[in-house]
Write a protein that binds this ligand. Structure first.
Ligand code: HEC
Length: 156
């Protein structure tokens, strides 16, 4: 019993480090396991799954609206649809369900956030004097993120 404070400080420091370590591990790798189709299954709760799938359907809806509006020459409508799933949407989601973000592996987070960022960029392109061909090209590039993420990850 030379210095009990020293020992307890050491124990607390170790506890603190291991907590940070575990937190860091989950932050980087998320909670996932490999599924039978070689896609990683992200282990979210059923409520979080519903939440994510709803977000997905909004993405698909926006994509449909952008195509239809562009086809009708209503560029402002198309830009509004693109913006509706931009970074503003992420802020709304993060406010409600920030724990979901913690559960996603980092590459998936990047793909997801990148998709919303690209929709904001697409809105700017639509509002610029870019040709329809350029808009289509950007849309095609943006959608490689949808297909890449779907090819690598799934929900339970
Ligand atoms: C960061 C990853 C990621 C990105 C990016 C992404 N998705 Fe998804 N999406 C998923 C996952 C995971 C599922 C669930 C698939 C499963 O469990 O088989 C899903 C499911 C869906 C579904 C099914 C919804 C339902 O109700 O079942 C739709 C539609 C969809 N995505 C559309 C899109 C569109 C459109 C884009 C691009 C604009 C997109 N997603 C981008 C991860 C992503």
């Amino acid at each position: 019993m030379k210095n009990p404070y020293k020992i307890s400080t050491l124990v607390l420091a170790l506890l603190w480090l291991s907590t940070i370590g575990v937190f860091g591990y989950f932050f980087v790798f998320g909670v996932a396991r490999m599924g039978p189709d070689q896609r990683e299954i992200i282990n979210v709760t059923s409520g979080e799954k519903q939440f994510l799938l709803k977000e997905m359907r909004q993405l698909l809806e926006a994509t449909q609206q952008i195509n239809e509006a562009m086809g009708n020459g209503e560029r402002e409508q198309a830009a509004i649809a693109a913006e509706s799933v931009g970074m503003g949407m992420v802020q709304e989601l993060a406010a409600v369900e920030s724990t979901i973000l913690l559960k996603l592996p980092v590459p998936m987070k990047e793909l997801g956030l990148g998709t919303h960022r690209e929709f904001d960029k697409l809105a700017r392109t639509i509002r610029s004097d870019a040709s329809e061909k350029q808009v289509m090209k950007e849309m095609g590039e943006l959608m490689t993120r949808c297909t890449a993420c779907h090819a690598s990850y799934r929900l339970p």
